[in-house]
Structure formats: structure tokens, C-alpha cells
Design a binder for this molecule. Structure first.
Ligand code: CTP
Length: 442
């Protein structure tokens, strides 16, 4: 196995590795050349967590995406017929994009590109930034071979964002926003020539030609960033945020809400998960200080559909309903509160933590994050087996673990005390220079 393949597989979660294997095997079966590209490689080589998997295929990408969806039961979330690109969501929650390797020719800034099939080398050269233009071959004969025609690996090492050509930001001006987003997220510097291109493109007014749907795509990306506020702040500093909505600037950024969410996120113990629709929650935070007129402007300027607006527009009502459930007196045991909060969508839970004026609700949420998740996260397989006699991997294990967890949360079983470590054997020094263990009596 090449070093890069080893590096990749150890960087991915078990679920991402399963998705990678499924796409690889479907491509091999269809005799298609497959490459891992874009963000996944950038993040692997840069040492960042890999968010989603981007695959490029020389040939029939959409057919491959449909094959994978059929074989794995993955959901075909969206299909871009122009770019021959599809987004898949696996049952495990892993998201991947399968795209045709292609050339894109822009007749004018921001216009619909003319798309033609291309080789992987040509595909990499038509992309935005060098750090996003690296590919890893997943083909039997060349598996693990790195393809880096624009020297992206070196830019990654120097933590620098460099546009691939002098037209990068003019061709597709939403890349102006992407540049600022990556700079804020990765904490990289922007190459001098690229920055000059950014300033020239701005002066030429290319932001005017960004299509509303491209703006919406970017807004969605920002909302699912790990730290969306950093990106919003950086865009505001560059006076780019008003592209989404005229009134969106300065104090309207709702720093307090974003900071509260960030603080709550740090309370989630390592290894625990709170599945959350970050798009809904972060857009709620973003739009909360906006007037109805400004909210309407946001919908219009980004071409947001009703279905796309609903998750954040209806979030407050949904979380209010959950507040009613969470303050019920019958939730009088830790395990019941744990079950109730765990079953609720994360965005509702976070919003309640931000907003609820109910003391009881706040107390229960505080216990959930600060105590129950910690207890549950600490429970080991060995502990469950010791207590229940059921071994992991057996059909009864899930139920046994659940029973044990409930008993631990409710304090019916105490946390096992780890056995005392064996005392270190005392090694008597020997030889002519050894000091006697016992001081000599004089
Ligand atoms: N891309 C581009 N120009 C754009 C959008 C995307 O060149 N306007 C290319 C980049 O090479 C990018 C890839 O398409 O790496 C995939 O795009 P996207 O999924 O938006 O970005 P990721 O690189 O996956 O980064 P992120 O971590 O933000 O998802």
C-alpha cells in the first residue's frame, strides 16, 4: 500500500472508509478511472479533519453515482446535470460528491460554464486554488499515485492559498468568497498575486455577476463551517457580506449567539455525537437580528427556495415544542432525560440552550452536556461485559449496554474502580558501585 493510501485510510473514519470502498468497487466494476480530489485531499495532507469525500471520474460520473446509490442504499441528494456531478448521502451519514472530470469555459464572469469531459489533469487545472487541485488515484494499476499539476502540496506546506490562473476569480466570482472562507478556516495566507487578483476583480465589480444560486451555495457552506462566525466576520471585513443581504453587517452578525453555540459545542465530550442540522441552527443565529424586510432580502438575494428556508424559519417553533417536553415532571431520572434529549434533533437542543428562560430546562440541558454525555462516553465494553456477562459482537450486546448505561446514569451501578496497578518490582542494584538499600549502621 502506498504511503498516501495508508495516510488516507488512517485519516478517515470507519464510515468514510466504508463509503470509499463502496465507490472504489463500483468504479472498478464499471471500468471507470476514479480519483479522490478537492477538499478531502487538502484536508488529509494539511492535517485537518476530512469533512466530505469528493471523487472525480473520467467518464460517466452520474451513472456511477446512481450505481453506488442503488448498491448501498445511499440517498441521491442532488444532481447537477450541467457539471455531471451528484451528491450522495450514505446511511452512515457520510456525504460524498461524484463528479465527471471536466473542463469549464466561462463565456463571461459568473455565466453558466460550457462543460466538456476531460482528463483528470485538465480537470485539476480548471479548479479554483492549488490546494484544492490535487488528486489521488484510486485505480488498480496506479492506486495511491498523487497527481499535483499545480504544486498544491508545496502551497499546503507553506500554508498559502494560490489561485490557479489569472482568471480564476473572474471566471467564477463566487470564488472571491471562497478565498476569504478558506483563509479564515485554514488560517492560511493568500499569495500576493492572488490577492492582487482579488483586489482587481473587486474593483472591476465582478461580484455583481455572482448568481443568486451560487450565493446560496456559498451561504450553505458557511453555515456548515466548524466556526461560521470567523468566516462571517472575515467576509464582513472585506465588505462582502452584504452580497447575501443588504443589512447584514456589523452588530447584525449576532456574535453573542454564535459564541454561545461554539461554547456549547466544546462541552460535547470527545467521541460523543449530537447529530445537528448546522445549516438550520447557524442560519437561525444569522437571521435572528434581521428585520422581516432584511430576511426577505436574504431570500431574494440568494434565490433561497421555501424548502431551503423552512429549516431555519421553523426552528424556533420546533424547539419551543421540545421545551414543553423537556420540562415535564415525569422526566425525573437522569436516564429518562438522557433518552429524551438524545432523541431530539441537535439544532433544537442547542437553540433551547441558547434561548430557554425555563430554569428546569436549562438545568436538565446542563446535566445532559456536562454529566450524562461524559458518563456514557466513559463506559467501556469491558465494563459492560463484567457487569452483564454479555460480550461485544453478540446479538444481545446492544440491549445489555443500554441496560447498563441506564443503571449507571441513574446511579444504581457505580463507576467501577480500576484495579490498583501492580507494585513495581524492586530491583536490587548489584555490582561494585551499587549503593546498599539499607543505610549502614555506624
Ligand atoms: N471548485 C472550484 N470552484 C468553485 C467551487 C468548487 O474550483 N466555485 C472545486 C475545488 O477544487 C473544490 C472542489 O471543486 O475543491 C469541490 O468543491 P467544494 O465541495 O465546494 O469544496 P471542498 O474543496 O470540498 O471544500 P469544503 O471543505 O469547503 O467542502
Amino acid at each position: 500500500m502506498s504511503d498516501y493510501m495508508f495516510n488516507l485510510e488512517s485519516h478517515l473514519t470507519a464510515e468514510q472508509n466504508a463509503a470509499l470502498a463502496a465507490v472504489q468497487s463500483a468504479a472498478a466494476e464499471a471500468n471507470l478511472s476514479l480519483y479522490l480530489t478537492g477538499g478531502a485531499l487538502r484536508d488529509m495532507l494539511g492535517g485537518f479533519p476530512i469533512r466530505d469525500l469528493d471523487f472525480s471520474v473520467e467518464g460517466a460520473a452520474l451513472k456511477l453515482a446512481r450505481d453506488v446509490a442503488k448498491k448501498t442504499n445511499a440517498e441521491l441528494v442532488s444532481v447537477d446535470e450541467l457539471r455531471k456531478s451528484a451528491e450522495l448521502k450514505f446511511e452512515s451519514g457520510v456525504v460524498c460528491e461524484i463528479s465527471m472530470a471536466r473542463l469549464e469555459k466561462y463565456p463571461k464572469p459568473g455565466a453558466k460554464p460550457q462543460v466538456t469531459p476531460a482528463t483528470i489533469h485538465e480537470d485539476l487545472r480548471r479548479r479554483d486554488f492549488t490546494v484544492n487541485a490535487i488528486a489521488l488515484s484510486l485505480n488498480r494499476a496506479s492506486r495511491g499515485l498523487m497527481i499535483d499539476p499545480t504544486n498544491g502540496v508545496s502551497d499546503l506546506e507553506h500554508k498559502e492559498i494560490r489561485a490557479i490562473t489569472n482568471y480564476t476569480l473572474y471566471d467564477d466570482p463566487v470564488r472571491l468568497l471562497r478565498l476569504i472562507r478558506y483563509r479564515a478556516r485554514l488560517q492560511f495566507t493568500v499569495n500576493e498575486r492572488t490577492w492582487q487578483q482579488f483586489l482587481n476583480a473587486r474593483e472591476a465589480g465582478v461580484t455583481e455577476s455572482i448568481q443568486p444560486r451560487s450565493l446560496f451555495g456559498e451561504l450553505k457552506q458557511i453555515a456548515t463551517e466548524n466556526d461560521p462566525f470567523e468566516v462571517l466576520k472575515a467576509l464582513d471585513e472585506e465588505k462582502l457580506l452584504t452580497l447575501f443581504c443588504n443589512g447584514l453587517t456589523g452588530a447584525k452578525l449576532n456574535a453573542a449567539a454564535f459564541q454561545k453555540v461554539a461554547k456549547l459545542k466544546t462541552m460535547i465530550p470527545f467521541g460523543s455525537e449530537v447529530p445537528t442540522d448546522w445549516y438550520a441552527l447557524n442560519l437561525w443565529c444569522l437571521t435572528q437580528p434581521l428585520s422581516s424586510k432584511e430576511k426577505a432580502a436574504l431570500l431574494e438575494q440568494t434565490g433561497m427556495t421555501k424548502e431551503e428556508a423552512e429549516p431555519w424559519q421553523k426552528l424556533e417553533a420546533r424547539s419551543k415544542k421540545f421545551e414543553g417536553v423537556l420540562k415535564e415532571p415525569k422526566l425525573n431520572r437522569a436516564s429518562v432525560i438522557w433518552h429524551t434529549v438524545k432523541a431530539a434533533p441537535g439544532e433544537e437542543v442547542f437553540l433551547l440552550s441558547l434561548k430557554s428562560a425555563e430554569k428546569l430546562v436549562q438545568e436538565r440541558l446542563k446535566n445532559y452536556f456536562g454529566k450524562y454525555l461524559v458518563i456514557v462516553g466513559e463506559i467501556t465494553d469491558a465494563e459492560v461485559t463484567d457487569s452483564t456477562g454479555v460480550a461485544p459482537g453478540t446479538p444481545e450486546y446492544a440491549a445489555a449496554r443500554e441496560t447498563y448505561t441506564v443503571a449507571r446514569l441513574d446511579g444504581r451501578i457505580k463507576k467501577p474502580i480500576p484495579p490498583e496497578p501492580e507494585p513495581e518490582p524492586v530491583i536490587q542494584p548489584r555490582g561494585p558501585f551499587a549503593r546498599s538499600a539499607k543505610p549502614k549502621q555506624v
